[in-house]
Design a protein around this ligand. Structure first.
Ligand code: GAL
Length: 682
């Protein structure tokens, strides 16, 4: 049974309101320090501490020796200070004794290098020894702490796939063959699916198959695609094994594992089914002036992964991280603003990595809620201030956003798109998605992500920036949507291949051809640094990376190439189906996609979260509570003070002041306005 305990509007865990806290690596500190930590947590308003994430070696110093005394005392202490515990199963960093006894559990790279102990995540996901040891530890923890009053949440493992997403050892090979046998049942079916007639790659039996280790030249695309699917599943099997133990022993406590935003290696649609709620680790780069747009995109994904239910920001840096080449701190106010942004996009808790700054280890220069300088630091003041502000927002807990447009995200398609030997190696899913998302973000339109086949009722538009891999069923799904009156906007290099990554023969975009009313004769990638002009009725825009020799078959061309080899040929088309419309954008337009989306979405009457125009840098969302209350969240990411005109009245929960007609937001400032009921017109 998965996800059965999630979604209570009362909150993510039994801790009421919005969660606040962070990773507390108490095992790095002498116990004398703990008392100060607990006192300071209370001072900062911390309600949840993630404990024991990397404590395996401390908890189990030898195969049959356990040391729980320190954790008993820690949980008691935190509980006595009103801090609930997100207890980690501690399985992301196997101890040295286990690795030395079973050196074969270390992961092997595609080049055959076995990774050494001395960092973390040094295990093979398919290792039976690792899985047995991890579930044994999980069981020991669950049995000991199942009834501890501090326990509010189980934190399985940590960031599955961080550092190691795949292992090419002999045991992984066996597991891969087992996975393939389940998928294909007989090797001839696999030969068909993998197209092994090519380059004499035919297999006589499953035993002849190996993982796609480094080979002389390009690998078999379907083997590589299946390998991606398998690797996501192998890690998920580790997670499910731990989850099963927790469900058996401690079914009353919710379970989560921290996702890593938009992470290619794991199919989070599948993973989310096994979480009670989604939690995410987000590390936007303070050096990137557009970081908040990417962050908004990933927060929308996190919310969407479990049907819009509130999620938890499990980790973010209070200021600088330590793992970029140059690690910029967050200037004053940025940590607050970015935390409020997660809340504005549906989070019900703000946690950090980490509580107290380490003085040893690879992360000793990573910022913390309690920095090296201690309570005299700016960081500490921000920690305390934000804890107090969160308490003013408590009523947001459980409220939800409503996406008006849906963006299709399919991990299968992402994996297949980015395989080698394509017309252009520049077609990377996040790069294709980002400008489409940014165009909607800048117009204040809230989107949800959906996977192929998901219900689309209520969405005024569906956007597919790329669907390279597209099954017949998914094409029917989109067709039904458009025939039902919906607007679809589909990006280039879509409808190319089927589930096995075989090309839909007969002309691209394969099964979408009748719906879109176009056929692609040939792909025409644009060289690095070059661009092509595209002429729309409203003016000229530019394509980079990608264009296509496109011919219409019923669709109307709304933009043409105005320069280059394709000059005069259609670039953007629309095929009308009754009240519905299917748009095709045959080139990569970067930020200029905004001009096309404006045209395509104009008839859909999508209402932004805030009446246009939003000043540059201002982000707006609305959270709706079950009782009908609406919260308008406004965030100013820009460097200037902005004055907004509101056609509503309400109360800014952050300041407690009444808002009527006008609202001024300084740089990096925000407002969370509880709207007066009659004033919510969205
Ligand atoms: C995360 C990880 C944490 C810590 C943090 C530093 O990816 O889960 O344990 O390493 O990064 O930014």
């Amino acid at each position: 049974m998965t996800g059965a305990r999630s979604g209570a509007s009362a909150g993510l865990t039994r801790v009421p309101g919005l969660l606040y806290g962070g990773d507390y690596n108490a095992d790095q500190w002498p116990e004398q320090v703990w008392a100060e930590d607990a006192r300071l947590m209370r001072e900062a308003g911390v309600t949840l501490a993630t404990v024991g994430v990397f404590a395996w070696a401390r908890l189990q110093p030898a195969p049959d020796s356990w040391d729980f005394g320190w954790l008993d005392r820690l949980l008691d202490l935190l509980h006595a200070h009103g801090v609930a515990v997100d207890l980690a199963t501690a399985t992301a960093s196997p101890p040295a004794w286990l690795v030395r006894a079973h050196p074969e559990l270390r992961p092997v790279t595609a080049d055959g290098v076995r990774l050494e102990f001395g960092s973390r995540q040094h295990y093979c996901p398919s290792s039976a020894v690792y899985r047995a040891a991890a579930t044994r530890l999980t069981r020991a923890l669950a049995e000991r702490y199942r009834d501890h009053p501090a326990l509010a949440l189980w934190h399985i493992h940590n960031e599955y796939g961080d550092h190691v997403t795949e292992c090419f050892c002999a045991e992984s090979a066996t597991d891969f063959r087992r996975w393939l046998t389940e998928r294909y049942e007989d090797v001839e079916t696999l030969n068909q699916a993998w197209g092994t007639a090519f380059w004499s790659q035919r297999y006589g039996c499953f035993e002849e198959i190996e993982p796609p280790r480094t080979a002389p030249g390009p690998g078999n695309p379907t083997q590589l695609l299946d390998w991606r699917r398998f690797c996501s599943d192998a890690l998920l099997a580790c997670h499910r094994a731990e989850r099963a133990v927790l469900e058996e022993i401690c079914p009353q406590v919710p379970v989560t594992t921290n996702f890593m935003s938009m992470f290619k290696a794991l199919d989070y649609w599948e993973w989310a089914r096994h979480e009670d709620f989604v939690s995410d680790d987000a590390y936007p780069d303070p050096a990137d002036p557009r970081a908040h747009v990417t962050a908004a995109m990933t927060y929308d994904l996190m919310r969407s992964l479990k049907d819009g239910r509130p999620w938890l920001l499990m980790e973010q840096a209070p200021s600088a991280v330590s793992w970029r080449p140059v690690n910029l701190p967050k200037r004053p106010g940025l940590q607050r603003l970015w935390s409020l942004q997660a809340l504005a996009r549906g989070a019900d808790g703000i946690l950090f990595f980490q509580w107290r700054a380490s003085v040893a280890g690879a992360e000793k220069f990573h910022s913390a809620m309690l920095p090296h300088r201690g309570t005299a630091s700016r960081g500490w003041r921000e920690t305390v201030r934000f804890g107090a502000e969160l308490r003013r927002l408590v009523e947001l807990a459980g409220s939800r956003l409503r996406g008006q447009a849906a963006v299709v995200l399919d991990w299968d398609s992402w994996w297949a798109l980015e395989l080698d030997e394509h017309p252009s190696a520049r077609m990377r899913w996040p790069d294709l998605l980002r400008p489409w998302y940014a165009a909607l973000y800048e117009r204040g339109v809230t989107i949800d992500f959906v996977r192929p086949g998901a219900p689309l009722d209520g969405y005024r538009a569906v956007l597919a920036p790329n669907l390279y891999l597209l099954t017949e069923e998914s094409a029917h799904w989109l067709t039904r949507y458009v025939h039902g009156g919906g607007t679809l906007v589909c990006g280039p290099f879509s409808g190319i291949s089927d589930r096995d990554d075989h090309v839909h023969a007969g002309g691209h975009p394969g099964p979408l051809r009748p719906l879109l009313g176009v056929v692609v004769d040939e792909h025409w990638p644009i060289p690095d640094g070059a661009s092509t002009t595209v002429r729309l009725a409203s003016g000229e825009i530019r394509a980079t990376l990608w264009s296509e020799w496109l011919e219409t078959e019923g669709a109307q061309a709304l933009a043409h190439y105005a320069s280059g080899d394709l000059a005069g040929r259609p670039a953007v088309t629309r095929n009308v189906h009754g009240a519905g419309a299917a748009w095709y954008v045959g080139c990569h337009l970067g930020a200029d996609i905004a001009a096309v989306l404006d045209l395509a979405l104009a008839p859909t009457a999508i209402a932004p979260a805030f009446p246009l125009p939003l000043p540059p840098g201002v982000e707006a969302t609305r959270r709706h509570a079950e009782d009908g209350t609406t919260y308008l969240c406004l965030l100013n990411h820009g460097p200037d003070t902005v004055r907004l005109t509101l056609d509503a009245t309400g109360t800014d929960l952050l300041t407690g002041t009444a808002v009527a007609g006008r609202l001024t937001l300084g740089p990096l400032d925000a407002a969370v306005v509880r709207l007066h009921p009659t004033e919510d017109r969205a």
